[in-house]
Design a protein around this ligand. Structure first.
Ligand code: UDX
Ligand code: UDX
Length: 465
């Protein structure tokens, strides 16, 4: 196996961008080129003003500043980068299929397949191909088939190297990864390829944290990790509904069970529902795979994690409607937040989209403030649902940049993302500007119940009566 001096990554998204930036930063001896077919995206990665990078992640711009132009490059010259690299990461998106067999559940692999065909066409020397995109189990095999049968007699080793970074903490997660998973064949060349990739991560991570497995275990582990994490959120959210009917408090329950070292304290925050590009997609994928192998009970079991999440989003919206005297028609409601979690501008599957849609169905007039999400993105998210025409979406919903002013004459505010800045707002001033009674619906449990009630708010916190 040749020494790795050049890496290419296809896909400059939320995964490819930060991951390659960190690899370049930690491996100055390797030239890393990130390519993407989207010219605008590449132009944004190359922007002189680092505040205009296409994705927002704490710590990312500092790393890009140090490495870009030295050994980190962003380019649209896909074929050239593939040709020059000894190792190629595939980090393109794998959305849930919106058509045909497996519609609504299976992953759409057309972009991955396109990448594989492109690599096969261009490659003149042996290469290691690393799947970074989350993929259904046995995709590596499909990639291998394409490469072996359409290639120019070039030998390919396919590795699965799933990404476990969470958005908003991507850089820290990459720098201090709990573990890195590398799946590959147990043949001599497969082992050599796994070791070559391991060597890259060993530049900044202890070797014990780099786990080698077979390809399918690695692919399935990624789906299972996300399914378990999402399941914890759905589990605590299911109990939040029960708490609201009784005198129990969800924070006290999370704390009480989190002290059990077998359960652990993380991922027990009740919320308006999980979002993000991975949880729902990966669970549906798992459900699809289980069902396709005839494992109905396994499929049904995991599908309920997603059903519980849908219930939680609906429940939050319904609670707002019921509290506002069963009608929100013509009422101004402000949503604080649109991103699926704090510290990211990503909105994929964000609970906010579904809460907004439900309120707009009841003809509420919505005003949205999010510190990092653009107006275009918000309208695109709503238009994508196709619940109503783009013109109606724009008539019913406005996006603003002043959160305090937004509250003027509003009936209610709903907190749907846990941005830290929401905690430090002048809530007394906001109260004065709002219509009375002034309602706050806290879907993220970030505000102080006692303080909010003292100010005069009619304050609801998810998971508390
Ligand atoms: C995606 C998947 O959502 C995730 O499951 C997987 O783990 C990694 O890839 P993400 O990086 O967040 O995550 O996706 P996205 O931000 O959409 O970036 C993908 C990029 O690939 C886009 O910029 C797109 O233009 C690019 N792309 C897509 C190509 O360059 N070539 C293609 O053929 C298809
Ligand atoms: C997740 C996985 O954590 C990561 O390992 C994988 O690589 C990609 O998918 P991400 O979706 O970026 O990462 O963010 P994560 O922090 O996992 O949050 C997902 C969603 O769950 C968010 O909407 C978040 O607000 C919600 N959540 C999380 C809760 O509602 N409560 C919690 O206690 C934790």
């Amino acid at each position: 196996m040749k020494k790795i001096t050049k890496i290419c990554c296809i896909g400059a998204g939320y995964v490819g961008g930060p991951t390659m930036s960190v690899i370049a930063n930690k491996c100055p001896h390797i030239v890393v080129t990130v390519v993407d077919i989207n010219e605008d995206r590449i132009a944004q990665w190359n922007t002189p003003n680092l505040d205009n990078l296409p994705i927002y992640e704490p710590g990312l711009k500092e790393i890009v500043r140090e490495s870009r132009g030295k050994n980190l490059f962003f380019s649209t010259e896909v074929d050239k980068a593939i040709d020059e690299a000894q190792m190629i990461f595939i980090s393109v998106n794998t959305p849930t299929k919106t058509y045909g067999k497996g519609k609504g559940q299976a992953a759409d692999l057309k972009f991955v397949e396109l990448c594989a065909r492109n690599i096969a066409k261009v490659a003149k020397e042996d290469k290691i191909v690393v799947e970074k995109s989350t993929l259904p189990v046995r995709t590596a095999e499909a990639i291998k088939n394409i490469l072996d049968h359409t290639g120019n007699g070039v030998a390919f080793e396919i590795l699965s190297n799933p990404e476990f970074l969470a958005e908003g903490t991507a850089i820290d997660d990459l720098l201090n990864a709990d573990r890195v998973l590398i799946g590959g064949d147990d043949t001599p060349t497969g082992k050599a390829a796994k070791n070559a990739l391991s060597k890259i991560y060993e530049n900044w991570l202890p070797k014990e944290r780099i786990l080698q497995t077979n390809v399918w275990s690695s692919e399935l582990s990624k789906l299972v990790a996300n399914a378990f994490l999402a399941q914890r959120v759905s589990s605590i959210n299911s109990i939040s509904a029960l708490c609201e009917k009784t005198d129990a408090n969800i924070a006290e329950i999370s704390r009480a069970i989190g002290f059990d070292s077998r359960i652990g304290p993380k991922f027990l925050n009740a919320s308006v529902g999980f979002g993000g590009s991975c949880f729902q997609k990966d669970i549906l994928n798992l459900v699809y795979i289980a069902r396709s192998f005839g494992l109905k009970e396994v499929a049904d079991y995991w599908e309920h994690v997603v059903m519980m999440n849908d219930f939680q989003k609906r429940r939050f919206a319904n609670h707002i409607i019921q509290t506002l005297y069963n009608t929100v028609s013509g009422k101004k409601i402000v949503l604080y937040g649109w991103a699926f979690k704090k510290d990211t501008n990503d909105t994929r599957e964000s609970a906010a989209i579904h809460v907004a849609d439900a309120l707009m169905e009841e003809r509420a007039e919505l005003v949205i403030y999010d510190p990092k999400v653009s107006e275009d993105r918000i309208y695109a998210d709503l238009d994508y649902l196709e619940t109503r025409s783009p013109a109606e979406n724009r008539a019913l919903l406005k996006v603003v940049s002043d959160p305090t002013e937004a509250s003027r004459e509003a009936h209610a505010i709903a907190v749907v993302t846990e941005w830290d800045e929401f905690k430090s707002y002048d809530w007394t001033k906001i109260y004065e500007l709002m219509l009375k009674p002034a309602f706050v619906f806290d879907g993220r449990r970030i505000l102080d119940t006692q303080k909010m009630r003292q100010i005069g708010f009619n304050y609801y916190k998810i998971g508390e009566a």
